[in-house]
Design a protein. Sequence first.
Length: 307
Amino acid sequence: MRCVVFAYHEIGYAGLQCLLESGVEIPLVFTHDDDPDENIWFRSVRALALEHALRVVSPADPNRPEWVQAVREAKPDFLFSFYYRRLLAAPLLACAERGALNLHGSLLPRYRGRCPVNWVLIHDERETGVTLHYMTEKPDAGDIVAQRAVPIEDSDTARTLFDKLTVAAAQLLRDTLPALFAGTAPRMPQDPAQASYFGGRTPEDGKILWHQSARAVFNLVRAVTHPYPGAFAFYRGAQLFVWRATALQAGSATAVPGTVLATRPDLLVQCGSGCIRLDTVSDPSAPEMTGSKWAERRGVQRGERFE
């Protein structure tokens, strides 16, 4: 069995590792060069491939004719994409004699597209998972081979949920690859009526909107906390990052959203409904600290408002 692999990030590492454990031949691995402006907290697909003496390439565009030809010459039975960040076009997909498959970080057809881990937390989902599916020219729309669900707890952040999904992805692959290679794995069409799609996120999307509910603010904070850029607000023109927060039902019936309700013993801020306790914060001039300590240092007063 010969497989060409497109992989990056933590799930890319886990996917390549599972294929190596399965004993398949891997003539070519595509990955990405690390971006110096990105927080690289995940394991290196390149390092794993080189450790096993695999040929590794990282072209800016894998769909260029020379790379399609390289894949064609590798004569793969399957192509696998594990958190690779480029869409593979039809000429590449056609190189695999038995099919091209992608591992996606949601329970398709829901949460097609980019950043599903962050989006499911923002939308207060109670369950997500991973899906192995055939690739088509339309992203995340091909027939499903297998899925594995993962519960979402209130204690989860994007990082802890990603860790859960990485474990689930490895389990799914170990369970599914034998049937896939034997030609007995199922193919289940997706229901377009159940599909949802979400795009990529930028650091600017972490801005806290105080008119939202306390639960919504809490979800944003945990969706973009470390290792992501963080949720933020502005106080007296300076940016404040919120790394951990707690949603509370109690709040003021009259206070405008963004109003500071208390600074001791906790920093409490009014939201559209309920209030949020800012547990761990930082600003450009200070390291991470409790919200109450930050409020003391900055002289924050009850009744003031965040912008």
